[in-house]
Design a binder for this molecule. Structure first.
Ligand code: ASP
Length: 426
């Protein structure tokens, strides 16, 4: 046991993950009458872990952005950093969507042995909640997503996990003006927020020690409840999404690290492993944020100044995996229902997937609503969302890891472009 605890955190988490798959399968197949109790135990432990992570989010984002912006200081530097960061987010999300578009057109998973997938796959599932939420968010609203940036009440924005962008915007302003007040007060505030940030990072380190237990409980619960049958039915759709995500994760982003940031991609994977595994298990980039911050700063060596500005921002608005998934899912459902999509239509889907991925909340299965919104725009029957519901949780785990990895690469690219030398080099 002691040997196990001495292993690096990512190895502990990997072992926990493998055990969870094994124990979850055993629970599903052999636990009989005890299954509900075991499942309740997994869910209880899993939610303790997720709550512990979520508890950190608001104070961590607040302290991190305020200290980050205050450390950047000059107006021109903030503008330059902000510009570079947005450029990275847009460019990588766009490439991700194009990879998805290419794969879904090549594999054509909506047609199975010459038949429309909707006639072959019959899955039970209740999409009413998603459809209702999509009703509230009309297509015309997409451009309005930005209105969340200026919340009427910052406490309400902070209380809603999906609206962190409002809190971030306020903290950017707060950090900016904090350095423009009388020097005496400015330094008091700087010390205060820096201290809060350091305390939050200490608590994060403590929570991270429990990651193997949290990951075990979360994954064992998911494996217990989802049998392999639906996976077989939707195998081509799953393979399309996974292939596209893997290309982005194993080819595109490493190329960015290698040739733009001039960093060793392999060492960056190692540095980010705990965050990637946490993202995989929680399916929430927001819940993973504390771990991402810790890994980017402590393991990958990006300065606090850059990390605390780019990582929380990226968590909320940079979602490469989500953008890619939205595009693949919409086109898959259109194929499955035999709805033709012209080249121009697909091009518009790319654009809307980019915009909506910015607005999607960093919580589990948040992109489903965005997918229905896009489907409505192209007269794709919205009950088609049921086709992907059964496997969405698993695919969400995968796309969230890609979202988090892209945020971390963003921090490295920006850090290197600012001349940082401590980042893991090739
Ligand atoms: N679960 C994703 C995230 O937190 C969002 C989504 O694609 O549903 O990054």
């Amino acid at each position: 046991m002691r040997k196990l605890l001495q292993l690096k955190l990512h190895w502990q988490v990997l072992i926990a993950l493998a055990l969870a798959v094994l124990v979850g399968t055993l629970t599903r197949e052999f636990a009989g009458d005890y299954q509900p109790q075991l499942l309740a135990g997994y869910k209880f432990t899993g939610s303790l872990f997720i709550n512990a992570l979520k508890m950190l989010i608001v104070p961590l984002i607040t302290a991190s952005i305020i200290t980050g912006v205050a450390n950047i200081g000059k107006k021109a530097s903030i503008g330059r950093l902000g510009g570079k960061t947005m450029l990275y987010y847009m460019a990588t999300s766009l490439v991700a969507i194009f990879v998805g578009l290419l794969m879904v057109n090549l594999i054509n998973p909506g047609v199975i042995n010459g038949q429309l997938a909707k006639d072959v796959i019959h899955l039970p599932g209740d999409a009413s909640q998603i459809l209702q939420n999509a009703q509230v968010r009309q297509p015309a609203d997409i451009l309005n997503l930005f209105k969340d940036m200026i919340p009427a009440n910052i406490f309400a924005a902070a209380a809603d996990n999906g609206q962190l962008i409002g809190l971030i915007f306020f903290c950017l302003l707060f950090g900016f003006f904090m350095t423009r007040i009388t020097a005496k007060y400015a330094s008091t505030m700087k010390n205060l927020w820096q201290a809060i940030f350091e305390i939050m990072m200490r608590i994060t380190s403590l929570v991270m020690k429990f990651t193997p237990i949290g990951v075990f409980a979360l994954v064992a619960g998911i494996v217990t409840t989802s049998g392999p049958e639906v996976f077989k039915l939707l195998i081509w759709f799953i393979l399309t999404v996974l292939a596209a995500l893997l290309i982005h994760f194993l080819v595109v982003l490493p190329l960015v690290l290698r040739f733009i940031a001039r960093v060793n991609p392999w060492r960056h994977y190692q540095a980010m492993a705990p965050a990637l595994l946490t993202a995989f298990s929680t399916a929430s980039s927001a819940a993973t944020l504390p771990v991402t911050l810790e890994c980017v700063e402590k393991n990958a060596g990006v300065s606090n100044k850059i990390t605390s500005f780019t990582v929380p921002l990226g968590t909320t608005i940079n979602m490469d995996g989500t953008a890619l998934f939205e595009c693949v899912a919409v086109i898959f459902i259109a194929q499955a229902y035999g709805v033709p999509l012209s080249f121009a239509a697909q091009f518009i889907i790319v654009f809307i997937a980019l915009l909506t991925s910015i607005g999607v909340a960093a919580v589990p299965q948040a992109s489903l609503v965005a997918i229905v919104v896009i489907m409505k725009k192209f007269d794709i029957p919205d009950e088609g969302i049921v086709l992907i519901l059964a496997v969405d949780r698993f695919l969400d785990m995968c796309r969230t890891s890609v979202n988090v990895f892209s945020d971390s690469c963003g921090a490295v690219v920006i850090g290197r472009s600012e001349g940082e030398k401590k980042i893991l080099l090739g």
